[in-house]
Design a protein around this ligand. Structure first.
Ligand code: NDP
Ligand code: 8X3
Length: 249
């Protein structure tokens, strides 16, 4: 039986790679994101039988409802929700960060994620489906400039564990994936479009690729139904966690 995944943030990075990975395995994918032309390119590449493009700003609750109501019949039986859309904005310390950046991260990484999850939970329970939430190592380990981004991802990880508790006995699986550094448009977005800064971060660092994370998402989604990975932390070998810092007078 063909299974259907709704993957948010499919216009780029992990979401686009995951869309390709799931379709290659015969799934149908509802691909979301704001950049409609990129979603259309996925439809053109992978076929309208396999990909349905739903272009909307995930922070816009009314637009989300319109998109869900407009799903074609073949794409209505959602088995898997991949909450991937998200972003970091800024690398400044908290005391000089922009409040508008913080609000954008909270609205996208937290509020939109819980809203979509709330909308789809009844269907996922009915279908004994699964939820995969994309968190980050930034939600587990603090680093300078991580402030609200890390906080928003800590929410995602803890929300996932809470969902798992509440969904006990329903057969619905919930996993949070906590990736480290992966080369996508993430740093371009974080730096408000600084290509040099993005290239500098990844050059020579052997970061993970979007395909690495897509494969991980697919692995989690296709485990035997009696297994649930609660949280999965994954980093490139080149990245590790450093210790404490001490300020001296
Ligand atoms: P990209 O910037 O390449 O992709 C982010 C995706 O999120 C895009 O498709 C973007 O679509 C979508 N998105 C962002 N804001 C909105 C919005 N308001 N409405 C709809 N869609 C939105 O980054 P990644 O693929 O790297 O990031 C995917 C997830 O992985 C994020 O949650 C990120 O925090 C997380 N992550 C990334 C890591 C990394 O090192 N790359 C490591 C750990 C976690 P569009 O702009 O078209 O709307
Ligand atoms: C982003 C991962 O390592 O850049 O979520 O903080 S990292």
């Amino acid at each position: 039986m063909t299974r259907t995944a709704l993957i948010t943030g499919a216009t780029s990075g992990f979401g686009a790679a995951a869309t390709r990975r799931f379709v290659a395995a015969g799934w149908r994918v509802i691909a979301t994101g704001r950049r409609a032309e990129r979603l259309q390119a996925l439809v053109d590449e992978l076929g309208a039988d396999h990909v349905h493009a739903a272009a909307f700003d995930i922070r816009d609750e009314a637009a989300m409802d319109v998109a869900l109501a407009a799903l074609p019949q073949d794409f209505r039986g959602i088995n898997l929700l991949v909450n991937n859309a998200g972003l970091a904005q800024g690398t400044a310390p908290a005391q000089s960060a922009l409040l508008s950046d913080w609000r954008t991260m909270i609205d996208t990484n937290i509020t939109a994620l819980v809203t979509l999850t709330h909308r789809l939970l009844p269907l996922l329970v009915e279908r004994k489906g699964a939820i995969i939430n994309i968190s980050s190592v930034a939600g587990v380990y603090p680093y300078p400039g991580g402030n609200t981004y890390g906080g928003s991802k800590a929410f995602v990880s803890q929300f996932s564990l809470g969902l798992r508790s509440d969904l006990h006995g329903t057969g619905v699986r919930v996993t949070t994936i906590e990736p480290g550094m992966a080369e996508t448009e993430f740093t371009l977005v974080r730096t408000h479009g600084d290509r040099q800064a993005s290239d500098k971060l990844y050059t020579g660092a052997a970061p993970m690729t979007a395909e690495d994370i897509a494969d991980t998402i697919f692995y989690v989604a296709t485990l035997p139904p009696h297994l649930n990975i609660n949280r999965l932390e994954i980093m490139p070998v080149s990245q590790s966690v450093a210790g404490f810092q001490v300020a001296r007078a």
